[in-house]
Structure formats: C-alpha cells, structure tokens
Design a protein around this ligand. Sequence first.
Ligand SMILES: C[S@@+](CC[C@H](N)C(=O)[O-])C[C@H]1O[C@@H](n2cnc3c(N)ncnc32)[C@H](O)[C@@H]1O
Length: 550
Amino acid sequence: MEPQSSVVLTPGTESENGSSSDKEKDHKPIVEHKISKETELKDEKMSTTTVHPSPIIPAFDLVEAAEKLLADAKKLKATLDSNASAADSKPNGANHRAPVPPSPEEMALRSRIAKLGKKIAFETAPPMALIKSDWVVVAETAAWNIFLHWRAFDHIPLNGSISIADLARAIKSDESLVSRIAGMLISTGKLIGSRLDGDVSKPPTHISHSRVSPLLRTNTSPATAAFAIVSFGNGMKGFAKWPEFFATYDRREPHPSNKSIVVYEGGGALKTITVGRSDIQNKVFVPTPFSLGWGHPELKPWEVKARYPEYARHFELAMAAKDKGAQGALGGDLGVDGYRGVNSEDPSRKFSLSWLADLSKKMQQGTDGLKPLVVDVGGGLGHFLAHLLGEIPEVKAQQCILQDRPEVIVQVAKNIEGGDDKLKGVKTIAHDFFNAQPDETKGAAVYILRRVLLDYCDEQAVEILKHLRDAVHGSDGKVVIMEGVLLDEPIPENRLVDMVMMNLGGKLRNEEGYRKLCTMAGLKVTGYWVDVEGASCVVECVEEKEVAEE
Ligand SMILES: C[S@@+](CC[C@H](N)C(=O)[O-])C[C@H]1O[C@@H](n2cnc3c(N)ncnc32)[C@H](O)[C@@H]1O
C-alpha cells in the first residue's frame, strides 16, 4: 500500500534531537493543524485497480440452519433438564442449587448454538442493523470496562439486587451517570434491570447480575475479570489509536522506526515524543499502537506495563489463566507421547521431545553430563521447563537453562527459594535475546522459543532467531519454536489475537510466515506441525549449512 507521509511529526531534526520547549511552542499551531487534517477521514484519489471475478459463495440455507439450531436447542434443553433433575435429587440443602459445571459436550453444544445463532442473525438482519450492532458492542465495551474499573460488578450482590442509588454511593459516583452506564448494559442483557414495584413501563431502579456479569467481579472471579481488563487495555486502547499510528508510521505493519510523534498531554497540550532510541540499530525498538494508546509511544509495551503495576498484575493473572487452559504446544503438551499437531508434509510424523531422554542418559554417562541440553529462551517463569522435567524424568534440571529478562529471573529465583521445587537445579540466566547467546549456553541440543515470536515484527523475530542460529552453528542443535498460529481459515477468535498482537507490535503467523522467518535467519525447517483446534504450531529447525558456509 502507498505509504502516507507522516503527519504528527514536528518538522525536521529538532524532534529527533529532543526539541527545546521554545521551539515546540513555535511549532504548535502547525502541528495542531496537521494533526486535525491527517487523522481525519479524507477523500483520497482512487487508483484504478483490476477487477477479478466474484468468489463463488454457497447460498445460505436459512431453513437448514434453523432446523440444525432447533435440533441442537432441543439437545441442550434435554441436557439442562437432566442436570436440573440430578441436582434436585441431591439431598443436601446447601448444595442443592449449586451449578453443575458444564461437560465438554455441553460446552461444544452451547458454542455450536451460539455460532449458528450468530450466523442466522448475520444472514437475515438488515445490513444497517448489523453495522449498528457493531456500534452497540463498542459502547457496551466502554460501559463494562468503566464499571470494571470502578469495581461496580463487585458491589452487585450475587443473589438479589442493588438500587442504582446505592451502587452509585458504593462506587463514589453520580447516580445519574451510573444509571446511564447501567442502562447500556441492561439494554444488551449484560445486567438485569428491575424495579421493586415491578412496573416494567418505567426505568429500572435496581440492578442484578445476568448469567455472565458475575464473571466481571474482581472479588469472586479475578481471572475472568482480569481477562476483560486486559481485553480493553491490550485491545481497545490501541485500536482507538490506529489512525494516528498508521498516519505516523506509514500504512505498514509495526516496524522499527525512529520517527517522532505528537501526543496529547493532560489538559489538551501537545507534546512531541521522540520515539527513536539508540537501540533502533539492532531493531530492538518498535513503536506500537499499545504504547501510543497508553500515552507512552516512546516505551516498549512491557515498559508501559511496568508503569501501571495494577494493570500489570491483571495482565499476569489473565496470562496465568490462559496458560492453564492452553492446549497443545502452548500448554506444554510435548512430552513422551508427542504433540497432537499434524506434520504438514508427513502426517504420520509426530513431534516429540522424548529423544531428549536417551541423549540426556548418554551425556550423563559420558563427560558431557553438565553441558546444557535444553535452553528455554524467554522462558518466563519456567512453565515449559517444569512441564518437560515432569514428563521426561531422564532429563536432569542441571542440564536445563532458563533465560529471561533480569526481573523475571529474580522472580524465578524467589519462587524456587519460596519452595517451588519444580525448577530446583535449573540454571537461570538473565539474558536479552536480542544479543548473542553467552558461551555457557552455546552447543545445547535444543533451544526453545515458546510464545516469544508472536510479540515481535518480522525484523525483530529474524534478529532473535539469528542469535539462535549462531548458537547452534556447527552442531546438530535444534531450534524449536512453539507458537500460536494464524489459521488459514479466518476465524474471529484467532483473528482477534492477531489484531491484538498488532497493537503490541507483533503478529500471529502461519506456516509460510514461520518458514520465511527461519529462512531469513539462516535456519532450515526440518518439521512443521499444526494443531488447528488448539491454534498452536511447532516449528523445528537446524542451522542452514549452505547459508552458514557462504
Ligand atoms: C509471553 S512470555 C512467554 C514465556 C514462556 N516462554 C512461556 O511460554 O511460558 C514472553 C517472555 O519473553 C520475555 N522477554 C521479553 N523480552 C525479552 C528479551 N529482550 N530478552 C529475553 N526475554 C525477553 C518476557 O519477559 C516473557 O517472559
């Protein structure tokens, strides 16, 4: 696409060198003028493009879809009835009405009904109604997000209702404001509105929880509430800034850039932020919509999070919950039984790390006993290594190295000291993966990169991989990438992750995307496995000898 001239830039070099306040004042009127022009929707000259035939889309059969929906609805009703009678037959009064956790079959049935219901609505609603329903989602998101911030959901009792006046008092807000925001959520069913006099023709005065809103209580459902907080912080804040972001950094995926940007400070004043940093040379810094959304375009996303410890805490909580629920490569399912993903070239070939068992034994019998076998690069709190050590007991903790940023390594040490035995004996090293691997980790049998590359743009990902290529240089060592995957068939939940990763300066990739990165880094892909259901993939590579010898 044609790159846009950057618009929120102050003129010339002073912004790059850090402009003086006098100069900033001088330039303000010009900048303001430019901002309003360039972030506004404007007419663009349309270039001539080639028109190709329309795709052949199978006609939507409304009756068939409705019949399927009805059949599934009957199955769900039967399931719910049988759950209810099972609960009724329990003698214990206190547990009498305790909800039965849905079985995987019931979950699948519910998802199918919800998906089909959406499809029917999409195919039948007047187009303008669909556009309006998107606006509704935007307003509803703003409403639940602010209620989350004010802990309003925590104050609504799980049984019974609270008056809007009492809720306003509890969250130190104005009743009229709370009534408007609650009204939005009542309108979409997120909350239930009522009146003590039961008169439905008058505005609700009381609020109770709906089927879903208890999940937004930070006191009783901290993990799901954290997810919601993160979906706003990692999603909406950055999405809202896309026009300014792409106007400044061109209509390109986030990439290393040292352009400056002007942001609004409190009170509406403008401030030039010099984004370019000394580390631009080694591609460490990439401006992101996330950082711009949080008002710190000059910082990396994790530096922004460090400034907002409460948000960082919710982020950790949401990620830990995601880890628990993660399937396939991302949940650590790579042990002796192998990963369930399917090899793209030979479906009978399973990916497994079980070969490490024999190699470890051999190393322990010989003189290589203490040499590194597995290096987990950007290994976080060590979930992957802990899982590997549990699954393949022949591998000894002393043969494993966990690398991450210094503060993460300090946390790992604290966890081990605090009695977390799963990583006891593992060597921990603070290491920046944008730098060459230290000598002590070179020559390992496998370097793991799990959930790392999706945080980075192509230029950065190649840089990280090049250092691992250098680490395996001249050996049989492997680099194993375990990541979320961009599914070939666009699916909303999967594309959502990709959009959020764009906010953070990274991306989801498919097989072609991962192969491209590896080739650019001088690595040869020796296997690619994908688990469509778990939306994960594993890429196994070795040094590309021919490139290395050039
Ligand atoms: C999404 S987490 C994945 C953690 C772990 N690999 C896992 O799968 O559980 C990404 C990790 O990369 C680390 N990281 C980010 N930048 C880094 C850098 N420059 N050098 C080393 N680690 C880094 C983060 O601290 C974080 O622990």
